[in-house]
Design a protein around this ligand. Structure first.
Ligand SMILES: Cc1cc2nc3c(=O)[nH]c(=O)nc-3n(C[C@H](O)[C@H](O)[C@H](O)COP(=O)(O)OP(=O)(O)OC[C@H]3O[C@@H](n4cnc5c(N)ncnc54)[C@H](O)[C@@H]3O)c2cc1C
Length: 498
């Protein structure tokens, strides 16, 4: 009997699934609609590879109209929609949800218009971050936000995560470089938000879309702001006895009024992995290092770089190196940007944590993390955007040893609590996604979360896009767990329940 019931349920699900798949196939074409288990496997996870869920259908639309058609079909069949760019996200934002339609934007990868007099480039969402800079480099322009994954991640994913990168210290995160987006909403309507010119009239809805982690709609076009390549860049690499001196150096440089384009920090364990993986000739008998770029006009750079070097010396730098040519500089940055992948040289598995703290607390926080690691019997390497206080502790473990993965997750979770205790936050740039929803309560009150949910639901009242992510408990718009109490905005008659 039980078996019979199961069969009926499965048949119903399968029949519904095949209706959904055939409607989607008709909308995008068979070449852009995947349903075979072997094809779906590729899309079971994003960069948070420990968690795998198979989507019901994967579609790879090539136009805004095709995206809108897929959204309408998914909605009509009661299926959730999960947008996906290149799948490099580290918080499970593009992780499928059971029975979902995964809308992959990687085939929408054309640069549509280059408007250098106005410093604007119009792109489709699947364009790879670095390809924007490559397309305009000869004209002396570039796109500033540079996640370390910039050679593979997409502009659509960058917008959804409000991605950062080494050079966001001086130039700002993705939100500062997007001036307009085209978005497919949950009912399949297509809206344009923002404008190529700055300061579009009305509420700043653009800021609500950037960083919304794929929960308000699917971005199908974007206008990005591009900048003139700086006249000169000076790079230097400085080593220190410990992370204390390196951390103090970072805040002293910024406090002196110097804003380097980038200040990245690596501790001894991270340097060991990078040296093994990339062959940079960095010393391994030091406690930490900083990699700095200072850019601007010739005069500005000479003055600021000399001042920063003097501060590093006074802060206890052991050695300060300047690359002798462009190749050596590129190798230094390759080392830093390839740091996550390099972890494979020193441990079989690692968990990337992402937290943020005030930059003046780098020394004490890294000491607490080291103590926690020693107590827990795991190793933690640190390589991060020090100027922004954006930590990336990499918790190393061996998944073949029972309980090690659980222990690593516990350590990663404790690290977030340390960040919050120091006045920081649970994510600097990788987003909350599926991974960190449970930690939202560490920094937001119930009414904070409810207010955010109202904003999200004003775009997507049915929670079609990426449900069960970011918010700690699955709730309907306006629902507050436990006994009913009015949201402050309701109590003051600003909003009502529909
Ligand atoms: C080695 C490595 C280094 C990294 N370094 C950095 C770094 O320095 N800084 C940083 O910020 N991040 C970094 N990341 C994380 C990741 O690369 C970024 O979050 C990136 O922006 C994700 O882009 P993606 O195209 O891969 O998006 P995906 O992983 O596919 O998706 C990310 C989120 O965006 C949503 N989404 C994707 N496309 C759209 C769209 N068109 N419309 C609406 N929602 C969409 C998804 O639903 C998901 O929630 C790194 C990752 C790796 C693996």
């Amino acid at each position: 009997m039980v078996g019979g019931v199961e069969t009926v349920v499965m048949m119903t699900t399968t029949a519904a699934g095949s209706d959904l798949a055939s409607a989607l196939r008709e909308a995008v074409g068979a070449h852009a609609c995947l349903t075979e288990p072997g094809d779906l496997r590729t899309y079971e996870c994003d960069g948070l590879a420990g968690k795998r869920i198979r989507p019901a259908v994967v579609v790879l639309p090539e136009t805004t109209e095709a995206v809108a058609a897929c959204v309408r079909i998914a909605r009509a069949h009661g299926a959730s929609v999960v947008p996906r760019g290149a799948g490099t996200g580290l918080s499970g934002g593009a992780q499928p949800i059971d029975g979902c339609v995964l809308v992959v934007l990687s085939r929408m990868n054309r640069i549509l218009e280059i408007d250098l007099p106005n410093g604007r480039v119009r792109v489709q969402p699947g364009v790879i971050n670095l390809d924007v800079s490559r397309a305009i480099a000869d004209a002396g322009y570039y796109y500033a936000p540079d996640p370390s994954s910039q050679s593979v991640c997409s502009i659509g994913g960058n917008i959804a995560e409000n991605s950062g990168g080494a050079h966001c210290l001086k130039y700002g995160f993705t939100v500062n470089h997007i001036t307009a987006v085209t978005v497919v909403l949950a009912d399949g309507d297509v809206v344009e938000i923002g404008a190529p010119a700055v300061d579009a009239l009305g509420y700043d809805l653009l800021a609500a879309v950037v960083g919304s982690e794929g929960m308000v709609g699917i971005v199908t076009e974007a206008v990005v702001r591009v900048l003139r390549t700086p006249e000169r860049t000076r790079t230097f690499f400085a080593t220190f006895p410990s992370t204390d001196e390196a951390g103090a150096c970072v805040s002293q440089i910024v406090a002196a009024g110097i804003v380097p384009a980038a200040v990245e920090m690596m501790d001894a364990l991270a340097m060991e992995a990078i040296v093994k993986a990339t062959g940079v000739d960095w010393p391994l008998d030091v406690g930490a290092s900083l990699l700095l770029d200072v850019d601007g006009t010739h005069a500005e750079v000479e003055h600021a770089a000399d001042a920063a070097v003097a501060i590093a010396r006074a802060a206890g730098a052991i050695e300060i190196r300047q690359p002798k040519d462009a190749n050596e500089r590129a190798l230094m940055w390759k080392g830093r940007k390839g740091a996550f992948a390099a972890m494979g040289r020193i441990g079989p598995n690692y968990y990337v944590q992402d937290g943020v703290i005030p930059r003046s607390s780098i020394g004490p926080v890294l000491r607490e993390i080291a103590e926690l690691a020693a107590r827990s019997g795991v190793r933690v390497a640190n390589v991060f955007h020090a100027g922004d206080g954006n930590l990336h502790p990499l918790v190393l473990y061996d998944a073949r040893i029972p309980e090690q993965d659980a222990r690593a997750e516990r350590v990663a979770s404790e690290i977030l609590k340390i960040c919050v205790r120091y006045g920081g936050s649970i994510t600097g740039e990788h987003g909350v996604g599926a991974d960190k929803a449970a930690y939202m309560g560490e920094i937001f009150s119930e009414s904070d979360l409810e207010t955010m949910n109202f904003v999200r639901c004003s775009f997507d009242p049915s929670r079609l896009f990426n449900p069960n992510k970011v918010f700690p408990t699955p709730r309907l718009c306006g629902d507050i767990p436990g006994h009913y109490h009015p949201h402050p905005a309701e109590a003051s008659d600003l909003i009502g329940r529909g």
